[in-house]
Design a protein around this ligand. Structure first.
Ligand SMILES: Cc1cc2nc3c(=O)[nH]c(=O)nc-3n(C[C@H](O)[C@H](O)[C@H](O)COP(=O)(O)O)c2cc1C
Length: 202
């Protein structure tokens, strides 16, 4: 089977991207509007970038009508955000916040999700998230134009809030304790429970 991505329409390419590039971590991103209204939404085109400077990225596609999503609108206006990580216990609440709500209606309030003020940025963080990264905007890179085109958001991480339950006996994050979920294709997810090691050459 050969899929020619130069010939297929984006709608047919998309399920192959999310159904093969996986499992993907989930950035549960809180932002705020100029007038102080909060927003929370999940993005699984997400990853770390580097430690110097501490940087992460996530990709926000435009709506089918070409409009930018609320997360990008907010970050363009207030260039700060929090990337909350999603444990198994938070899966249902996280998914609920992917609903398209009118601009300015807060998923924190709609979903009954408890927020905590952040230390260095204006958007609040998710209280129950095992890890939350406070970030300022580094840059937004636009890939393509119009419907389904992407705004890749790069964030400079200022601060990480780490739940006391996360570190293992060596003081480093313990994946079993974190119990994060990864997104597969469609509405399916995986848990980080089947863990093994592979030795690396020097
Ligand atoms: C697990 C999960 C992962 C998602 N990943 C992405 C993504 O990487 N990029 C994207 O544009 N939308 C993604 N979505 C859809 C957005 O969350 C959804 O469009 C949301 O309404 C955007 O919210 P906003 O308009 O408040 O920014 C994802 C949804 C879920 C449930």
């Amino acid at each position: 089977m050969l899929l020619d991505f130069t010939a297929l329409p984006p709608r047919e390419i998309y399920p192959w991207l999310i159904g093969t590039i996986m499992p993907r971590p989930i950035a549960w991103v809180s932002t705020i509007s100029v007038d102080g209204r909060t927003n929370l939404a999940p993005f699984s085109f997400f990853n770390g970038v580097c430690a110097r400077p501490p940087t992460l990225m996530f990709s926000v596609a435009n709506h089918p009508d070409g409009m930018k999503k609320d997360t990008v609108r907010n970050i363009e206006a207030v260039p700060e955000f929090v990337v909350n990580l999603v444990s198994f216990a938070l899966a249902g609440q996280m998914s609920a916040t992917s609903a398209s709500l009118p601009y300015g209606v807060s998923e924190f309030e709609q979903g009954g999700i408890t927020s905590v003020p952040s230390a260095r940025v204006r958007p609040p963080r998710v209280a129950a998230a095992p890890v939350a990264f406070e970030c300022v905007l580094d840059r937004i890179v636009q890939i393509g134009e119009g419907p389904m085109a992407a705004n890749v958001v790069f964030g400079r991480i200022l601060l990480a809030h780490v739940s006391d339950t996360v570190p293992g006996s060596n003081g480093r994050p313990d994946p079993a304790k974190l119990d994060l979920i990864g997104r597969l294709g469609g509405d399916t997810y995986t848990r980080t429970r089947d863990i093994f090691s592979v030795e690396r050459p020097d």
